[in-house]
Every structure is written in C-alpha cells, then in structure tokens.
Design a protein around this ligand. Structure first.
Ligand code: HEC
Ligand code: HEC
Ligand code: HEC
Ligand code: HEC
Ligand code: HEC
Length: 194
C-alpha cells in the first residue's frame, strides 16, 4: 500500500479519536490475518481472545446426545438431515422427535412438554452453541460431501450430555486444515469472506 494512502486513510490529526482507533484495530487484525495466512504461522492466532471453545449453553429441554447417539445409536443425519445438502445443518423439527416419543418415555415431564408444543404446532427454542461471525462463510455440505466427519470439527458429540463447542472455530483452525495438501481446499480470502 502507498504510504501516503495508508496515512491518509488512518489520518494524521486526531489520531486517537474513536473512529481512528477502530480503524487501527481493524488494520492490525487484517495485518495479523495476512501475516498468518502468508507465513503459515497459526501460533499468531493463539493470541486471539474471545473464542468460545467449551461454550455449552443451557437448553430449554435437556436434550442428551449421549442417550440418543451413544446408547440408542441414532445416526446424526436422522435428525440433522440437511447437512449433506445445505450450508446450514438443521436442528430437527419436533415431528422427528415424535417418531419415537409418541410412545417412548411418555411419562417424562420433558417429553410431555415436547408433546404439548408439538400438539400446538409450536417448536422448542434451542439455544445456539456455535456462532461464526457474520463476515465468515461456512458450508456443511462442502465438508461432509468430501468425507470430513462431524467429529473432526464437533468432537465426540455421542458422549455429550450437553453439546459444547469442541474446536476454536478460529481462522487459524480453518486455514490449517485447508492447507493440508491432501485436502486440496481453497485458501483465498474470498472462499470464507464476502
Ligand atoms: C435424535 C435427534 C438428534 C441426533 C440423532 C443428533 N442430534 Fe445433534 N442436535 C439435536 C438437537 C435437538 C439439538 C439442539 C439442542 C442442543 O444443542 O443440544 C442438536 C444440536 C447439535 C449441535 C449444536 C448446534 C448448535 O447450536 O451449534 C451439534 C454440533 C450437533 N447437534 C451435532 C450432532 C452430531 C455430530 C450428531 C451425531 C454424532 C448428532 N448431532 C445427532 C438432535 C439430534
Ligand atoms: C429413534 C428414537 C428417538 C428419537 C427420534 C428421539 N428420541 Fe428422545 N429418547 C429416545 C430413547 C430410547 C430415550 C431413552 C428413554 C429411556 O430412558 O427409557 C430418549 C430419551 C429422551 C429424553 C429424556 C427423557 C427423560 O426424562 O428421561 C428427552 C428429553 C428426549 N429423549 C428428547 C428428545 C428430543 C427433543 C428429540 C428430537 C430432537 C428426541 N428425543 C428424539 C428415543 C428417541
Ligand atoms: C469442517 C468442520 C465441520 C464439520 C465436518 C461439521 N461441522 Fe457442523 N458446524 C461447523 C461450524 C464451523 C459450525 C458453525 C457455523 C456457523 O456459525 O455459521 C457448525 C454448526 C453446526 C450446527 C448448528 C447449525 C449450523 O449449521 O450453524 C449443527 C446442528 C451441526 N454443525 C451439525 C453437524 C453435523 C451433524 C455434522 C456431520 C454430519 C457436522 N456438523 C459436520 C463445523 C463443522
Ligand atoms: C478438517 C478440515 C477442515 C476444516 C477444519 C475446515 N475445512 Fe473448509 N474445507 C475442507 C475441505 C476438505 C473442503 C473441500 C475442498 C473441495 O472439495 O473443494 C473445504 C471447503 C470449504 C469451502 C468451500 C465450499 C465450496 O463452495 O466449495 C469453504 C467456504 C470452507 N471450506 C470454509 C471453511 C471455514 C470457514 C472453516 C472454519 C470455520 C473451515 N472451512 C474448516 C476442510 C476443512
Ligand atoms: C478457510 C477459511 C478462511 C480463509 C481462507 C480466510 N479466513 Fe479470515 N477468518 C476466518 C474465520 C473463521 C474468522 C473468524 C474467526 C477469527 O477471527 O479467527 C476469520 C476472521 C478474519 C478477520 C477478523 C479477525 C479478527 O480478529 O476479528 C480478518 C481481518 C480476516 N479473517 C482476514 C482474512 C484475509 C485477509 C484472508 C486471506 C489472506 C482470510 N481472512 C482468509 C476464516 C477464513
């Protein structure tokens, strides 16, 4: 970048106004991203703060993957049935739950709550666990279609009583896997950013 252009953009007067500080922060984030992408040094990202690894919010109903997947061997795609076709993995509708729970464990107060919502045509408002920033594009079908396992990114979901975020979901994490020669995955910025 031309020097005068750079300083023109940052501004020389009132360097410490709020707008300038925001620009400086964005510029350093960009510089960090580019340095890391170019040098392949993901350690830079370990300095990152605010990644939600381990995030495991309470859910309105204590839905347990270890009972359903671990003990009862239900396939992930039985419930998350859009994951091979769509960018977003869907959370199943209550009709999927009712395939079993019309008859299974009907004495449970949780199942009764699900039944009530289902009969009224309502859903359950599950709390999101994973959340990439808006400026990032992710696509499930591209990964699942290439044979990347759910567990590679989400960890041992089949043992989790409550889902937790297993990976950092940092840029370094994404890029590091894309960079493996056998993956032949794209590395240009616009693959993941608009
Ligand atoms: C019987 C249905 C069912 C099956 C089978 C199932 N899930 Fe889920 N899954 C759910 C429901 C309901 C939620 C939302 C509640 C929650 O987060 O616990 C969910 C949430 C998730 C989330 C968190 C989504 C978010 O909010 O970010 C991930 C990741 C996930 N499932 C992965 C898997 C994987 C991987 C498998 C297979 C190993 C699997 N699930 C099997 C029903 C299911
Ligand atoms: C393929 C059958 C099947 C499907 C589909 C299914 N479940 Fe289950 N669910 C079970 C079985 C089996 C149990 C264990 C019952 C037991 O402990 O005897 C269970 C247990 C539960 C429990 C624990 C109940 C208690 O009080 O112990 C909850 C809550 C639950 N399921 C919610 C859901 C939700 C929400 C969905 C839909 C996202 C769902 N289930 C879909 C078979 C299923
Ligand atoms: C390459 C890594 C990767 C793989 C493989 C992967 N996921 Fe995800 N998953 C993610 C990321 C990243 C998010 C967060 C997406 C966002 O916030 O936009 C996510 C989010 C989810 C969600 C929440 C809804 C959504 O799409 O945001 C569910 C449910 C889920 N994954 C289930 C699955 C299941 C089931 C599989 C396997 C069939 C799977 N995932 C495979 C990385 C992965
Ligand atoms: C475990 C390895 C792995 C991880 C982790 C991973 N990816 Fe990928 N990604 C791949 C592979 C393999 C492909 C498929 C390359 C192909 O077939 O062109 C791919 C393809 C993509 C594509 C291209 C989709 C298309 O339209 O062709 C996008 C976008 C993408 N990944 C975004 C991400 C983002 C964002 C993250 C992190 C949140 C991420 N990936 C994490 C392995 C990974
Ligand atoms: C494989 C996917 C992927 C590619 C390729 C990628 N990014 Fe990112 N980028 C991400 C993800 C995911 C995040 C959000 C998580 C984070 O901040 O680490 C992110 C965040 C960022 C941020 C914000 C950092 C912050 O601290 O808020 C900048 C700036 C950025 N990327 C620039 C770039 C540039 C420049 C390139 C090309 C050299 C690039 N990215 C290529 C996935 C990618």
């Amino acid at each position: 970048m031309h020097r005068r252009y750079l300083f023109g953009w940052l501004g020389t007067k009132r360097l410490f106004s709020r707008n300038k500080i925001a620009k400086l922060m964005f510029a350093s984030a960009l510089a960090l991203a580019m340095t890391s992408a170019i040098t392949g040094c993901d350690k830079l990202y370990d300095l990152g703060i605010g990644y939600n690894q381990g995030h495991a919010p309470e859910q309105p109903i204590p839905y347990d993957h270890s009972v359903h997947v671990g003990v009862n061997k239900i396939q992930c795609q039985y419930c998350h049935n859009q994951v091979e076709r769509a960018k977003t993995a869907n959370i199943p509708a209550l009709s999927t739950c009712m395939n079993c729970h019309l008859t299974v464990k009907t004495d449970s107060p949780y199942i009764q709550k699900i039944r009530e919502a289902y009969d009224k045509g309502q859903g359950i408002e599950w709390t999101r666990v994973h959340m990439l920033p808006d400026h990032v594009k992710f696509n499930h079908s591209a990964h699942v279609g290439r044979g990347v396992n759910c567990q590679t990114c989400h960890g041992p979901i089949e043992t989790m009583k409550k889902v937790e975020q297993f990976s950092t979901l940092s840029m370094g994490w994404c890029v590091n896997c894309h960079r493996q020669p056998e993956n032949k995955a794209p590395l240009n910025c616009t693959t993941c950013h608009n």
